[in-house]
Ligand binder design. Sequence first.
Ligand code: ARG
Length: 464
Amino acid sequence: MSGQPAEQKLWGGRFTGATDPLMNLYNASLPYDKKMYSQDLEGTRVYTMGLEKLGLITPEELKEIHRGLEIIKTEWSNGKFIEKDGDEDIHTANERRLGEIIGKNISGKVHTGRSRNDQVATDMRLYVRDELIKISKILKNLIETMIKRAEKEINILMPGYTHLQRAQPIRWSHWISMYATYFTEDYKRLLQIIDRLNVSPLGCGALAGHPYGIDREFIAKELNFNGCIGNSLTAVSDRDFVVETMFWSSLFMNHISRFSEDLIIYSSGEFGFIQLADAYSTGSSLMPQKKNPDSLELLRGKSGRVFGNLAGFMMSLKSIPSTYNKDMQEDKEPLFDAMLTIEHSILIATGVISTLTPNKEKMESSLSMDMLATDLADYLVRKGVPFRETHHISGECVRKAEVDKLSGIDQLTIEQFKEIDSRFDDDVFDTFNFEQSVERRDATGGTAKSAVLKQLKALSDVLN
Ligand code: ARG
C-alpha cells in the first residue's frame, strides 16, 4: 500500500500530489470488478472497430489492438494477469496492460471519445446479461425437475393448509405445482429483465455524447444489444437494471424462502411428510439423533441477505445527482453477491427437491374428516340448499361430533344427521372420501388429477 505518484495513473495529467494510500484502497474496484474482464475486453474490441470506421485508427492499428486484447484475455483466464499499483479498476488495468503489449502509441487511442462512464455501464450490462442467461437456464432446470416429480407422484394426497391449520385435502403434486408456478412467473420476469437491460450505452462518452459521431447502432449490434439507450446522460447514469436484477433476486428468494419453510415444517418429526436426502442435511455436534434441514434453512436465511443488497444499493442510488458519480461503483458488490447467491440457491433447491422422499402414508394418515366439512356443506348445496345455510349445518355436525367425542364427522349416525337437518340422506356417507373430495375440484387450477396435470403441462409450455 504505497502512496502513488499521480502521473502514473491513467487520469494523472492534472494531479501533482500523491494519493493517500488508504484512498487508493478505498477507491479501487479491481478486486471485485475484474470478474468483468472479458466483457471489458469485448467492449473495447468492438468500440475500436467503431473508431476504425471513423478513420481515427488505421486497420493495422486495429489489428494490433485486437491482438493485444486476445493476449490479455488469455492472461486473465490463465490467472497470469499481473495486477499493478495504479490499476484502479478493470478498465484501467486492461488499458495499462494493452499499452505494455502493443505500445502506448497505439493503445493510447482506444479510449478516444470513450469514458469509463459509458465503458463501465456497457461492461455491467454485458456481464449481467450473461449471468442472467445462465441463471435462467438453471432456473428452467429447477422447474422441470419439479414438474417431473409432480407428474410422477400425482397420486399422493396430503393436507392443504391455511393459517397453518389443516384446511382441505390436496395433492402433493398440487403443492409442488404451486411453487413451480411461482418459479415460472420468476422465469418469465427474468427474461423480461434481460430484454430490458439489453441496450447499449457505449458511444456516449463521459456524459454529453460522442464528439466524432461514432456509429452507436453498429457497436450495439456487434455487442448483441437490441439497440441503443436514447439519451447519453441516461446511458451513463442509469443503474435501474442493477436495481431490477436485485429486486428480481429478492422476490425470487422470497419464493424460495417460503418453499423452504414449508419443507422444513414437513420434514419435522411432528409432520414427517418428507425426508431430506443426507446430501442436503447435517447432523448435530451434540445430539446424535438429529438430522437438520440446513440446506432449507440457508435458502430461507439467504433471502434476507439478497434483500439487504437491494435495500443497500437503493439507498446509495437515491440522491445521486446527474450523471455519473462514484457512488455508483457501489452497485457491483451487492449485485455480484446477489447473483452468486441466486445461482447457488437454485442449484441447492434443485438438489433438495430432486432427492427428498415423500412419505405417502404419513401425508395421507394426516388427513382428517373435519377437512371434509366443506364437502359436507357442498353435499347439501347439491340438494338445493343455499351455501350460507349448508355452511351452518355442516358446522353443527362438526360440533356434534366434537361434543360426542367421535373421531370424525363421518362417525355420526344417519339419525343424528337427520336430527340436525332432515334433508340429509343415506348417501351423505359418500362425502367422506378424500380422493373424491380432491377429484371434485377439477376446475382450472384445482387439485383434481386432471387439473394438476393441466397446470404442469401449461408450465412446460411456457418453458419451451
Ligand atoms: N470503477 C468505476 C465504477 O465502477 C468506473 C467508472 C469510473 N468513472 C469515473 N468517472 N471515475 O463506477
